[in-house]
Write a protein that binds this ligand. Structure first.
Ligand SMILES: Cc1ncc(COP(=O)(O)O)c(C=O)c1O
Length: 400
């Protein structure tokens, strides 16, 4: 999807800027023979360093580096003390990993419609709250922050925990603040498609020191190394509990640290490219995805056509011109995943079939996301605008 053959440029953002820095950082760790974060013959404490750097980026006091975004979401909910069987409200448009994490944390997902931001519709939230609701998981989808102010307001009113799924949004902000520090905890992914990557990886961002302590311990067998001698964090004051192992390796951390300095300039550049394309097509009546905070976005060019068929036609036309484009999640809400729909977890059927999410289905199905590449040239942008204009008439019947 992101490295389609025949396209003018690649949309794996982090890979487009990949360089010698990653190779040097990785080689240094390998030469040190110290790939485990807690000890080794010549430990470089690269995971500690990455956590400090990422905290600064997310504007939070604490980060816990883990092995994936799903692990990060799970650890965030466990760290915040989710009770077994508690409900977490999740948007109907997201990656299945949001749901997997709720299940892994022993919660029950309850789904909500998205609006024309393709993120959780704040207007739907209050109506879904029951006495079993514990939290809400806004998803910052495709480098666009969810509309957090009204979500936080409803959450405050109903005493809900807010876990930001920022898997797709490293470097993205909302009204002047980075995502990941807006709710009670944030979770990031460093899988291949993300803004910085080591193939896999994740991070939890937290403010509360007790939550931090619980997150750090959970991903480390309840505190195998975080609370033992030589540990760099974890107070050890709280009662012990059994956790899991989703620790990050030194190799992963070193590769991610090499990319961090590029993140903010990359998001700025992609935001500027998106602005330029919108400006150069301003004479066409395009229904762009509404961005709750355009200024903080990490570059998004998603628009709605009048039908699924028109969206498919538009994508095909752009592809013909070598411009990457797709409809997110093939136009399918996460509730159309069979296991999600049937409530099937590894431990049996845990929830009733959710309703259809017709608004979300409609919006997602007729959406087209034009891929932006971190190494796009001005010529690529010109070609994108030309292909957009050329295909607009065919897709919409409106002169381009
Ligand atoms: C919205 C969303 N949530 C969660 C995840 C899970 O992250 P990971 O694949 O690193 O487990 C992803 C990543 O693909 C995602 O896009």
């Amino acid at each position: 999807m992101t490295g389609e053959p025949g396209m003018r440029y690649e949309t794996w953002r982090a890979l487009a800027l990949w360089g010698e820095e990653e190779a040097a950082a990785a080689m240094e760790v390998i030469r040190s023979r110290s790939l485990f974060r807690y000890y080794g013959p010549d430990l470089g404490h690269r995971t500690d360093t990455f956590e400090r750097e990422f905290s600064e980026l997310a504007g939070v006091p604490h980060t816990v580096a883990v092995s994936s975004g799903t692990a990060a979401l799970t650890a965030a909910m466990v760290g915040l003390g989710i009770p077994a069987g508690a409900e977490v409200i999740v948007p109907a448009v997201t990656f299945v990993g949001s749901v997997s994490a709720v299940v892994a944390a022993r919660g029950i997902p309850v789904f909500a419609e998205v609006d024309d931001t393709l993120t959780l519709d704040p207007g739907q939230l209050a109506g879904l709250v029951t006495e079993r609701t514990w939290g809400v998981m806004p998803v910052h989808l495709g480098n666009v922050a969810a509309d957090m102010d009204p979500i936080l307001e409803v959450a405050r009113r109903h005493g809900l925990r807010v876990v930001e799924d920022a898997a797709q949004a490293a470097g993205v902000g909302y009204r002047g603040r980075p995502v990941g520090g807006l709710g009670d905890a944030g979770a990031f992914s460093f899988q291949l498609d993300k803004n910085i990557t080591a193939g896999e990886g994740g991070a939890v961002t937290v403010t509360d020191p007790d939550v931090y302590d619980r997150v750090a311990r959970y991903q480390d067998q309840g505190g195998q190394f975080t609370t033992s001698k030589g540990a760099t964090r974890g107070s050890g004051d709280q009662p012990p509990f059994i956790g899991t192992n989703t620790r990050m390796t030194e190799l992963t951390a070193a590769v991610l640290s090499a990319q961090l300095p590029r993140l903010a300039p990359m998001c700025r550049r992609l935001r500027d490219v998106a602005r330029q394309v919108r400006a150069e097509t301003a004479d066409l009546s395009v229904q762009w995805r509404r961005l709750p905070d355009e200024e903080g976005s990490g570059g998004d060019l998603t628009l709605f056509l009048e039908s699924r068929l028109a969206a498919r036609r538009f994508v095909a036309g752009l592809h013909e011109a070598g411009i990457p484009a797709h409809t997110m999640y093939q136009g399918q809400t996460v509730t159309s995943n069979r296991a999600v729909r049937e409530g099937r977890t590894p431990w049996g059927v845990e929830w009733d079939r959710p309703p259809r999410f017709r608004t979300s289905e409609g919006l997602l199905g007729r959406s087209v996301t034009i891929g932006l590449g971190a190494a796009m040239t001005d010529d690529d942008v010109t070609a994108l605008v030309a292909a957009f204009r050329k295909n607009w008439e065919g897709a919409t019947g409106q002169a381009g």
